[in-house]
Design a protein around this ligand. Structure first.
Ligand code: BTN
Length: 264
């Protein structure tokens, strides 16, 4: 087991009530979310957490893979929701906000923010991503997966990622995965409880403050259709309110959003 993780993350070190109190640490797994899903099927409690030093088959949204070399944070935690699973989709925004808030504190800048629906960006580059996977049977559960870039690869980013991703070390924050978790988990727990008790409306002002897309032109891709629109704001339900060139406003609930012009 990864020495740094196990030395720093004992339950007595974590300032949380339920998140990460049941904790499994690994050197190498296919995906922390898959390992946690198996644990959930055999009774893992609310807040059970899986951390790995690296993943060999990390998953991103939309069926993409998530490159997972040693040095970054790969963590998944289990939510046994008190609300119907269908009402829990905005949890990805709440998680993104919590991560961005911790990164604002750490970097001392307002650059970290939320890119709807579940990316954390610094400036206009992605530093982290959130993946929610829910099940209804045999009992409702949600596996929340978070990947956070801490280290720039020694030989730089692959060509297709260059200019589009960033790691925290570029902002002069030198965190190990354990140091990142010790800061993130208490905030994630507090914001999760607030969301379950009060709903997304409790985060309305944070959403305005942290949303990096507001006022920008983006292109939206959904079911093979592309459209350029202007983003107005994240709305009370967690959807993205946009205005198309004919002036019509609507709320987008799913799909990919890219900055700038439609890509060929
Ligand atoms: C995305 O932006 O596409 C979401 C990326 C989520 C990656 C994390 S890393 C920990 C957890 N395990 C996985 O296989 N995926 C998530």
């Amino acid at each position: 087991m990864d020495q740094e993780l196990s030395a720093r993350l004992g339950p007595d070190r974590l300032d949380t009530r339920w998140l990460g109190r049941a904790l499994r640490l690994y050197d190498d797994v296919p995906s922390t979310s898959s390992v946690l899903a198996e644990w959930a099927a055999s009774g893992a409690p609310h807040g059970a957490t899986v951390v790995a030093a690296r993943q060999s088959a990390g998953r991103g949204r939309q069926g993409r893979s998530w490159e997972s070399p040693v040095g970054n944070l790969y963590v998944s935690w289990l939510v046994r929701p008190r609300r119907p699973v269908a009402e829990m989709a905005p949890l990805s925004l709440v998680v993104g906000l919590a991560v961005a808030a911790v990164l604002r504190e750490a970097t001392g800048s307002d650059d970290p923010g939320l890119k709807w629906p579940n990316d954390v960006w610094i400036g206009l580059r992605k530093v982290g991503g959130v993946l929610l996977e829910s099940r209804i049977h045999p009992s409702p559960s949600i596996v929340v997966g978070l990947g956070l870039n801490l280290l720039t690869p020694p030989h730089g980013w692959e060509r297709e990622l260059r200019g589009r991703v960033i790691a925290l070390d570029e902002c002069a924050v030198a965190w190990t995965p354990a140091q990142a978790l010790l800061r993130l988990l208490p905030r994630l727990e507090a914001d999760h409880d607030r969301f379950e008790n009060e709903g997304l409306s409790a985060f309305a002002s944070s959403l305005r403050e942290y949303s990096l897309l507001d006022g920008r032109r983006v292109h939206i891709e959904r079911a093979g259709r592309h459209q350029e629109v202007e983003v107005i704001a994240i709305d009370a339900s967690g959807g993205l309110r946009v205005r198309s060139d004919d002036g019509i406003e609507r709320i987008v609930h799913a799909g990919e959003v890219h900055l700038g012009e439609i890509r060929a």
